[in-house]
Design a protein around this ligand. Structure first.
Ligand SMILES: [Mn+2]
Length: 199
């Protein structure tokens, strides 16, 4: 199999009803030797306190070894945030050489693959930094012409596969911004990471 091409986009926006520009949703993409590591983080609640814990999670994930297993990264993140306000997060890795997708999610972040095949990953219940089960990694083969999206609960998850696929077509940065604009809830911060996989 030849190496898959990966393009990504990230979009977030704070809750519209408040003056504060602080956003508790943070997306992150890091390129690795074999592909990429990505995370979508949602600090509990919204506003500056949510942003503070989400930023702490981001700061950890920016400097961790992106090639270690996702469950060990998640466990270390839990240690890092222990006793604080807490957040939920989905971590994923795309191996562009093997065509493999790995996922580890704790709490309410929606992670879906649309395109050649459709799949929604079910995260484990829990709050990172508070009560959570031992993290489990799920794996999935990844076909070319697929799009992975990870989004917070500030974006409606009631979007059909075909509608979501249509929405996510084209440039992944524009697609991420479109998803936040179109399906962002007025009652929460909203954020997503979009990964386009091409042959
Ligand atoms: Mn939220």
């Amino acid at each position: 199999m030849s190496r898959l091409r990966l393009d990504t986009g990230i979009a977030t926006r704070p809750i519209p009803s408040e003056l504060s520009q602080a956003c508790g949703d943070i997306g992150l993409v890091r390129l690795t030797g074999s592909g990429l590591f990505a995370a979508m983080i949602d600090g509990l609640g919204h506003g500056p306190l949510a942003q503070a814990v989400a930023s702490e999670a981001r700061d950890y994930l920016i400097q961790c070894d992106p090639d270690s297993t996702l469950d060990s990264i998640m466990s270390s993140l839990r240690q890092q945030l222990r006793g604080g306000r807490g957040c939920v997060a989905a971590l994923c890795r795309v191996d562009a050489l093997e065509g493999c997708f790995e996922f580890c999610g704790l709490g309410n972040i929606t992670t879906r693959i649309v395109g050649t095949s459709f799949k929604t990953f079910v995260p484990q219940d829990g709050i990172i930094g508070q009560v959570a089960p031992a993290p489990i990694v799920q794996r999935q083969l990844l076909a070319a012409d697929s799009v992975v999206v990870m989004h917070s609960d500030g974006i409606s998850s009631h979007i059909g596969n075909v509608g979501l696929e249509r929405l996510l077509q084209g440039d992944p940065q524009l697609a991420a911004e479109r998803l936040v604009e179109t399906f962002g809830r007025d009652s929460d911060d909203a954020g997503c990471v979009v990964i386009r996989i091409k042959a």
